[in-house]
Design a protein around this ligand. Sequence first.
Ligand SMILES: CSc1nc2ncnc(N)c2[nH]1
Length: 160
Amino acid sequence: MCQAQSRKILTLVLIRESSRVLLGMKKRGFGKGNWNGFGGKVKVGEETIEDGAKRELLEECGLVAPCLDKIGELDFEFLGNPEIMEVHVFKTDSFEGIPAESEEMHPRWFSIERIPYHQMWPDDKYWFPLFLKGSCFKGHFLFEGFNKIISHSLKEVETF
Ligand SMILES: CSc1nc2ncnc(N)c2[nH]1
């Protein structure tokens, strides 16, 4: 008997300069202890998913990003959980402000040669290199628990 599946729309923003990427150490909640992009839920009443992404970026590290480029869509599924996380991934290299710590996140710049994959979600090592080379991508990751990927699919796409 298959379970009905529902989807939760989430955002993920990566701030990229020529040779470095801004990541945030998640201080609490889901993903605590991982270096993540910035993002989270899209609120009811927010015009677009991109608006939600901009709001989360500002809340989590104090940066204002006037425009975000959509670069990816990642579906995360967890064994036994019918709710699929549909994560819309954005990047930008233009922002205002200085990265600041929040209750959620401790921001830090990482050289693109030294991305801390051992302290990131296990899926990142698959799609982050596509982000770093400027590709757009679509992927699906099936997790058992939060640390084991049972299966995944990932493809580069022309554009969104
Ligand atoms: C639940 S799987 C997941 N992978 C992720 N990669 C980067 N940032 C996140 N918030 C992520 N969540």
